[in-house]
Ligand binder design. Structure first.
Ligand code: PA5
Length: 445
């Protein structure tokens, strides 16, 4: 056994997971209905043959650039960043000579200006990723970057652009009007579930990752769930379902927070990816649990005190990989008080600290499942992405909410648009006026 979930510390006997396990037949039926209707491309991945061809076609074009500037936000950026940090740490190392991937997933004027001041337009490919094709944070950056490109490159600006978008929306029109190379975000593939499409695979390809291995790993985990023959028994054996049953039982027992503790340091950004996946999918109708990304060992010296001795409302997914490189060896001539590491490999330190933290969490009554990977490889990343994505969908179904939408985030966006003077939005404008004219309780500090 190489890639495993260790349930020993999950406290299954203290939680009512049986009610959820009892719904395996119902959920298996729902899965087969939804997958056969084409509603869950995250699991069925029908777009893969086309994607592989499109990536093969794109490879040569990408090879002509030193820099990729990715414009996108949320699910259009977080998966790409997680892959970049896990499998292309070179960019943050001294002496790196390219390629470089820059991910612009915020509205930070200084950063955007910095990119325009420092990136060479002729050696930069700009990849704008937006499923809806209308997200203002992304499209807003696109407008500015496009003008910057046009000024320097004239009509050739289009050659330095790639769009990744859905079937309709502003970016789709832009693609058609200007003949820009465009790859699709497949229908029904929501942003936070889309890293295994062109959304995450274009940047991965640019950085020279083994894209096939990532996809293969994901398919291994997703295929049984996408099978038309899936039944309750089959689903009950799938670890994604077990995580879902555990996740829902935890919520019912008052565990309001779920830590994603990565003891693979370079995989820290998968914590942010998972946080978006879990939070946007499951924070609905007053239900859900708050995901908390943490990284070992750094967070042992930061938020871990709260995990261990703060409110007892936390559970933990604990990610490890015993096969991480051993790294350099501690010198033999160490002071006596450090003799316990003398002559040992540096990698033994993180293994011991991971074990210590995992045990301490369990001793402090944190229900914990260890996700232990046989390797920190692209294939295993694909497996983990599929496992956690499927677990999230199934948890949402057990909660009787829709894990594929995110309606609550719309209000803030509408209010921001109203503030900027967008047409319509009468009620939001009234709300704004009331908010801005209300007497404020203000104190200097
Ligand atoms: O998961 C989601 O659907 C969202 O987080 C989106 O990824 C995010 O809002 C960006 O949307 P879009 O890709 O349409 O620009």
């Amino acid at each position: 056994m190489t890639d495993i979930l260790d349930w020993t510390g999950a406290r299954l006997t203290d939680l009512d997971i049986h009610t959820n396990v009892g719904r395996a037949g119902e959920l298996a039926k729902r899965l087969t209905d939804e997958t056969s209707a084409g509603n869950l491309p995250f699991l069925t991945m029908p777009y893969l043959p086309e994607l592989r061809q499109q990536l093969a076609d794109l490879k040569e074009k990408l090879a002509g650039f030193d820099h990729m500037l990715l414009l996108g936000i949320g699910g259009s950026a977080l998966g790409a960043r997680a892959l970049q940090e896990a499998f292309f740490p070179e960019q943050d190392m001294p002496g790196h000579e390219g390629p470089w991937l820059w991910i612009a997933d915020n509205v930070d004027p200084g950063t955007l200006e910095g990119y325009m001041d420092r990136l060479p337009p002729e050696k930069t490919v700009v990849v704008t990723v937006s499923k809806s094709g209308g997200t203002i944070e992304t499209v807003g950056q696109y407008f500015i970057i496009r003008e910057w490109m046009e000024v320097v490159l004239g009509d050739r600006w289009k050659d330095n652009m790639v769009l990744v978008t859905g079937e309709s929306g502003f970016l789709r029109e832009e693609a058609e009007t200007n003949g820009i190379v465009t790859l699709p975000v497949p229908e029904n593939l929501g942003g936070r579930y889309s890293v295994l499409s062109a959304v995450g695979m274009i940047p991965a390809l640019f950085l020279g990752m083994d894209v096939d291995a990532i996809l293969k790993g994901a398919m291994e985990v997703a295929a049984p769930l996408a099978s038309p023959d899936l039944d309750g028994e089959g689903l009950a054996c799938h670890e994604s379902f077990r995580i879902a049953c555990w996740g829902k039982a935890l919520m019912d027992a008052g565990f309001a927070e779920l830590i994603f503790f990565a003891y693979i340091p370079l995989w820290a950004s998968f914590g942010d990816w998972f946080a978006q996946l879990w939070a946007e999918s499951l924070g609905k109708e007053g239900k859900g649990s708050q995901p908390i990304p943490a990284v070992g060992v750094t967070d042992q010296h930061s938020v871990n005190q709260m995990f261990l001795d703060g409110p007892r409302n936390k559970a933990c997914l604990f990610l490890t990989c015993p096969g991480l490189p051993d790294g350099p060896r501690f010198p033999k001539d160490l002071p006596d008080k450090f003799d316990y590491v003398r002559g040992k490999d540096f990698g033994e330190l993180i293994r011991a600290e991971g074990l210590g933290t995992m045990m301490a969490l369990q001793k402090n009554d944190v229900p914990l499942v260890e996700l232990r990977l046989g390797a920190d490889s692209p294939k295993l990343a694909g497996k983990m992405i599929a496992l956690l994505g499927a677990a999230t969908i199934l948890t949402g179904w057990l909660m009787d909410i829709n894990p594929l939408d995110q309606p609550a985030v719309e209000l803030g966006k509408r209010l921001a648009k109203a503030r900027l003077g967008a047409d319509g939005l009468g009620p939001e404008k009234e709300d704004l006026d009331a908010f801005l004219s209300a007497r404020r309780e203000i104190r200097e500090f």
